[in-house]
Design a protein around this ligand. Structure first.
Ligand code: CA2
Length: 149
């Protein structure tokens, strides 16, 4: 059984508590349930995590890289939160490990503030899902599985 890491960056633990117009009413626990349901079709073992700390996210990508090397990982579905727009470290971690990453954003970052229009993650990502609400995580799982054939 291949593992699927689903990583969430800063403040996503607040999902469902505020800003419903932007991020919807679902909590991160709801997102985890949706992901577990979607992953059944591919027999992926879901490892769902959230951190507010950039270095922790880097460490988790390295951990995913080790699993990939051992043939135990399908890839990562990753919502890097605001680190999307700032983190060369996360970009380098993805590049350095070669892990297939599907970047997910709940909101449409392109119809929001200009500072959200640029992503350091996108050039390193295998695919991107933007503006589809929390269903974007599910689309990310299907997209990753489809890419892996
Ligand atoms: O649209 C997305 O998924 C984002 O990655 C969410 C980040 C934002 O910085 C990115 O530009 C786009 C913010 C996550 C914070 O989520 C909250 C949820 C509810 C209440 C407060 C924050």
């Amino acid at each position: 059984m291949l593992k699927l890491m689903i990583l969430n960056g800063p403040n996503l633990n607040l999902l469902g508590t505020r800003e419903p117009d932007q991020y919807g009413h679902e909590t991160l626990a709801d997102v985890e349930s949706m992901c577990r349901e979607a992953a059944v079709a591919y027999d992926y073992e879901v490892d769902f995590r959230q951190s507010n700390h950039e270095g922790v996210l880097v460490d988790w990508i390295h951990e995913a890289g080790q699993l990939l090397k051992r043939g135990e990982l399908a890839g990562i579905v990753f919502n890097p939160g605001a680190y999307t727009h700032t983190s060369i470290a996360l970009h380098d971690a993805i590049k350095g490990t070669n892990v297939p990453v599907i970047e997910v954003h709940i909101s449409n970052v392109h119809n929001r503030e200009a500072f959200r229009h640029h992503s350091y993650i996108s050039p390193a990502a295998a695919g991107i899902v933007v503006g589809m609400g929390v269903y974007g995580y599910v689309l990310g799982i299907h997209g990753l599985a489809h890419k892996l054939g």
